[in-house]
Design a binder for this molecule. Structure first.
Ligand code: ATP
Ligand code: MG
Length: 272
């Protein structure tokens, strides 16, 4: 995972910071409509990110696009920026949906933004496919939700979603320090190590929730995804809470789901 995945995720972070890139060969575009942000990512034929756009946006709540026109205009803007950067035109894109929600919502947004939908896949299945997980669980702690998916023989056999995420981490911090939410959010992003003791209990609660979802399933590893897993302390906490499991945390968990969506292609039948 470290050798193949982390350089790609690090590259995505660099691209967002403005590093120039060169495009060649077949390019694929993926669009992740999240509770905290909308991320559009372009990958090349080797699934290396070559363009990334991220906008913090409040267009999705509880896994549902509630600001439809806001979502469409962000997607249009991001795709136009990527097309300009890379000197190409995109006719189609992959997109995703949280398990248990209607995939047509994301499809409608992408189509209204003028793109054809190539693949539409639920988020943990996209991650499971990218990481070629055989028997494990994906824990995606995003902004508004924590998604748990159990993968067996490469297939998602169980998935659940809980309404706890990074937003609640910031709320806890704001409450305990008596500061505005926006200030707490910035503090969390910039001084994660320092604030960890204050928010640790929120993640302990998330670990309890994950444990409940995993009951009755046989898994060997936990794959941490989602921006909230970037907080220093999260991997160690999950490793402590699940001592019998291998806990894997990618270098830039914020980009794992968007990368998985962009890179997703269905396996030919009989290849598993
Ligand atoms: N370095 C970081 N340290 C701590 N938290 C972070 C960091 N980077 C991002 N986050 C948090 O991650 C969350 C966004 O993650 P992500 O993009 O995975 O969520 P999302 O996909 O928008 O939400 P959801 O999956 O719930 O719909 C936000 O709450 C943000 O504060
Ligand atoms: Mg997400």
């Amino acid at each position: 995972m470290d050798l193949w995945l982390n350089p790609r995720l690090d590259r995505a972070a660099e691209l967002l910071a403005g590093t120039a890139t060169q495009a060649s060969g077949e390019l694929r575009l993926g669009i992740d409509l999240g509770t905290s942000d909308v991320v559009s990512m372009v990958v090349d034929a080797e699934d290396r990110p070559i363009g990334v756009q991220l906008e913090w946006a409040d267009v999705v709540r509880d896994g549902i696009v509630w600001d439809y026109f806001g979502a469409v205009s962000i997607v249009r803007r991001q795709v136009a920026a990527l097309e300009q950067q890379l000197g190409v035109r995109f006719g189609k894109a992959n997109t995703s949906f949280p398990p248990g929600t209607d995939p047509r919502i994301s499809v409608n947004v992408i189509e209204a933004a003028g793109l054809e939908v190539d693949q539409v896949i639920d988020e943990p299945s996209a991650v499971a496919s990218l990481l070629a997980i055989d028997a494990g669980a994906v824990v995606d702690i995003g902004g508004g939700t924590t998604g748990i998916a159990v993968v067996n023989e490469g297939r998602v056999v169980y998935s659940g979603d809980e309404p706890t995420g990074g937003h609640h981490v910031s709320l806890t911090l704001a409450g305990s320090r008596n500061i505005p939410l926006e200030e707490a959010e910035q503090l969390k992003l910039q001084r994660g190590r320092e604030i960890w003791p204050t928010v640790q209990a929120v993640f302990e609660k998330m670990a309890d929730i994950v444990r409940e979802h995993l009951q009755g399933h046989s898994v060997q590893s936990l794959y941490l995804s989602g921006g909230s897993c970037a907080l220093p302390g999260v991997r160690e906490l999950f490793a402590h809470e699940f001592p019998s499991l291998q806990v894997l945390q990618p270098s830039q968990p914020l980009f794992l789901t968007p990368l998985s969506i962009a890179a997703y292609r269905p396996m030919p039948v009989g290849n598993r």
